[in-house]
Design a protein around this ligand. Structure first.
Ligand code: BES
Ligand code: MN
Ligand code: ZN
Length: 495
């Protein structure tokens, strides 16, 4: 997909399809759409007067071969009432407009700049929106694939905004490619993405982007004593992998080395504490934290920030078998701490504990982990916000701010020392179950025990990592959540 920036009026912007966002009950005659309306001979006002065009959120109005403008088709997308996040509304409108064209096979899309917000952020969001929305999930369909055929995107803007829009669009495209990689990994069925295959795919990403990748196999993990990760993998025919990707800046690295750690459970049956059959198929998405790390590292490699970044992924399949760990078993983690396993379905925190320890050993002095960790997080925050927990308030605030700038919603949960009581074990250093109360926080608290005083934040993306039903703005399946925030953190843009 080729991306062009064009400083021209909306009327003069050529395309198969021109996507124009508008607000609810927007005044056409004296707003940014006035010129377009005039070129259409008052056509927009006519639509409004006739009650055909309201600007309601996700409302799409399609005009074929409109006389007076260069584009062959006009797609007007409603954004609802104006809010304090116009760029997020515009991004959603672009995504809805692109998805509306599904099955119509038009290859040249243009999107309109309303002149709102920072030109750089607009460019970033516009390029990201189109590239993400143009990818659907139908990899295993042999016919009736949902793919869109977007070959080129023109971002229409003004001469004053052009340079910044271009800079933003380059970045947005890189972020979208990372998100689409995360999405395609997430959408892979468990039999097509086992831990060794996830390692292979990560190595391919690394090779393509000039990153180094190291894959630790089971014999190595045994030597090292990664008992928590190996414990989870024990019930499966598929071996565990610990995957490390390293980004090194070209010049001298500034500041600390950051470690991004991902939960990579390629399928979570629950193990001996097996899950109910209803909905178990969703657990192929239990590697979306790892997927976000892979996608973010690919983008970071292209954006080339000045700091070292490590990606560490703990990959395993959680299955029941005669060899599987059982409730009551005690594992020795890589840190040396012993863990009483009271529920084999609380496996994410087990594999992450070893990965967090290893990331620190490799030199990470600041950590973020991402994991589809608890159903309780979905109960608390639904599919809108991800949960954020941290042992360092300044670091938590950096991440909240980064999420805010890129439109990913994060909500901080408390990490009070009192939650420690709930993960105290009678016979080991800690247990992997904290009871029904505050299930998301006690899982976070468990992880906290493995990071010591290293600044760390944990993102529980159980509710945001995938989308259960098709939406007007995005296809069902893995969402790519976390990639924009990690990239914004590690490779911030000069605005
Ligand atoms: N992968 C699940 C969490 C999950 C559930 C993610 C639903 C997305 C949607 C995790 O491994 C798990 O099973 N957690 C248990 C923890 C419990 C046993 C303490 C859960 O949430 O039920
Ligand atoms: Mn589980
Ligand atoms: Zn899980």
């Amino acid at each position: 997909m080729k991306t062009d920036i064009l400083a021209a009026s909306l009327n003069a912007t050529p395309a198969d399809v021109l996507i124009v966002p508008l607000y609810r009950n927007e005044a056409i005659a004296d707003g940014p759409l006035a010129e377009l309306d005039a070129a259409l001979g008052g056509g927009l006002r006519e639509l409004v007067d006739a009650g055909d065009l309201h600007g309601r959120r996700d409302e799409v109005t399609y005009l074929h071969a409109p006389a007076g403008i260069a584009a062959k088709r006009l797609v007007l997308v409603g954004m609802g009432e104006p809010t304090t996040s116009p760029l997020e509304q515009i991004r959603r409108a672009f995504m809805t407009g692109v998805r509306f064209m599904r099955g119509k096979r038009h290859s040249a899309i243009a999107v309109a700049d309303r002149g709102e917000g920072s030109a750089l952020r607009f460019g970033e969001m516009a390029a990201e929106a189109v590239a993400v929305a143009a990818v659907d999930l139908s990899a295993y369909k042999t016919e009736d694939r949902n793919d869109l055929h977007v070959e080129s995107v023109t971002i229409q803007t003004t001469t004053e905004r052009e340079a910044d829009v271009r800079r933003g669009a380059e970045r947005g495209r890189i972020i979208a490619d990372g998100m689409n990689l995360t999405r395609s990994l997430g959408n892979e069925p468990g039999d097509h993405l086992t831990p060794p295959m996830l390692a292979e795919r990560t190595a391919e990403m690394a090779a393509a982007n000039g990153l180094t990748c190291e894959i630790l196999d089971e014999s190595r993990l045994k030597e090292m004593g990664m008992g928590a990760l190996l414990g989870v993998a024990r019930g499966s025919e598929e071996p565990a992998r610990l995957i490390v990707v390293r980004y090194e800046p070209e010049g001298e690295a500034v500041g600390e080395t950051w470690g991004f750690v991902g939960k990579g459970i390629t399928f979570d049956s629950g193990g001996i504490s097996i899950k109910p059959r209803e909905g178990m198929e969703w657990m192929k998405y239990d590697m979306c934290g790892a997927g976000a790390v892979v996608g973010a590292m690919s983008a970071i490699a292209k954006l080339r920030p000045n700091r070292r970044v490590l990606g560490v992924i703990a990959a395993a399949e959680n299955m029941p078998s005669g060899r599987a760990i059982k409730p009551g078993d005690v594992l020795r983690s890589y840190s040396g701490k012993t863990i009483e396993v009271l529920n084999t379905d609380a496996e994410g925190r087990l594999v992450l504990s070893d990965a967090l320890t290893y990331a620190q050993e490799l030199g990470a002095t600041r950590l973020v982990d991402l994991a589809t960790l608890t159903g309780a997080c979905v109960v608390a925050l639904g599919h809108v916000y991800a949960g954020l927990m941290s042992n360092d308030q300044a670091w938590a605030e950096d991440i909240l701010a980064a999420g805010g700038r890129v439109g990913e919603k994060l909500w901080q949960l408390p990490m009070d020392k009192a939650y420690r009581e709930q993960v105290k074990s009678d016979i080991a250093d800690i247990k992997n179950l904290g009871g029904r109360a505050a299930g998301t926080i006690t899982a976070g608290y468990f992880l906290r025990e493995f990071v010591g005083s290293t600044p760390w934040a944990h993102l529980d993306i159980a509710g945001t990592a995938w989308i259960e039903d098709d939406r007007p703005c995005i296809a069902r399946g893995a969402s790519g959540f976390g990639v924009p925030t990690l990239v914004e953190l590690a490779a911030p843009v000069a605005e």
